[in-house]
Design a protein around this ligand. Sequence first.
Ligand SMILES: NC(=O)c1ccc[n+]([C@@H]2O[C@H](COP(=O)([O-])OP(=O)(O)OC[C@H]3O[C@@H](n4cnc5c(N)ncnc54)[C@H](OP(=O)(O)O)[C@@H]3O)[C@@H](O)[C@H]2O)c1
Length: 248
Amino acid sequence: MADAARCLVFGGSGALGGAVCEALAADGARLVLTYHAREAAARALAKRLPDAAAAPVDLASVASIDAAVDAAAAHLGGIDAFVQCAGVAVTSAGARRPSHPSIAEVDERGWDTMLDVNAKSTFFAVRRVTAVMRGHGGGNVVVVGSIDGVKPVPAPVHYAASKGALGGMIAALAKELGPDNVRVNMVAPGIMEDGISRVLDDALMKEYLKHCGLRRLGRLGEVASVIAWLARHNTYVTGRTILVDGAL
Ligand SMILES: NC(=O)c1ccc[n+]([C@@H]2O[C@H](COP(=O)([O-])OP(=O)(O)OC[C@H]3O[C@@H](n4cnc5c(N)ncnc54)[C@H](OP(=O)(O)O)[C@@H]3O)[C@@H](O)[C@H]2O)c1
């Protein structure tokens, strides 16, 4: 891969995505990072990094995804690495515990939003990005999943389903895209100190920690460094889900 790798990070305005951008930039990457609602945070981060630009995307719209990928490819002159680090955890705001609705509280709209933003968007984004990569000698795709889609942990069922879908998706993508020198992997974090986990209640957090081998939450940088390595330096790992969960 070229020294100044050209990286597109979806969800750069988020907690983990921001840490991934920092890690990639520290490793010399040129970046386009996306935001949805938090434009100011994304622009501030892009300004702080040596060679980064912020751009909008709405993962609920395939047209928006295609436009964001095309604009990033044009800005960077190609894409060597793509990190899909954008996602939602709460789509049933009216539930008794919005962060953990029961199956009775998940309506069709909440289900569709969860699956569209976390899973469907990933397929269409990867398809668009790898059309660019295949013409430029290949690259790395890193999708961010979650422990909820890999192990039986207490989780909103539609969130777990959206993350579980990614495991099958990246395995099949690795087979289809391998001949074009495109590697596709997933990093599945356990529970981290910041980001989406902010919505978890104290009782559930304590329960997670009780079962975590390392007995502590993951730091954003600990997960981001694994993602950044896969995006920037990986040459032979593909089709794999890598749990970064402290042995939860
Ligand atoms: N934090 C954890 O403990 C944890 C554990 C396991 C897995 N994860 C996974 O890690 C990834 C990053 O989460 P995080 O913890 O960093 O959460 P976060 O801080 O809430 O970041 C979420 C990111 O997704 C973007 N996003 C949300 N909806 C979007 C949409 N419709 N279109 C485009 N972008 C959208 C957000 O953009 P705006 O902020 O600009 O709206 C933000 O950049 C997610 O896939 C999450 O499931 C996190």
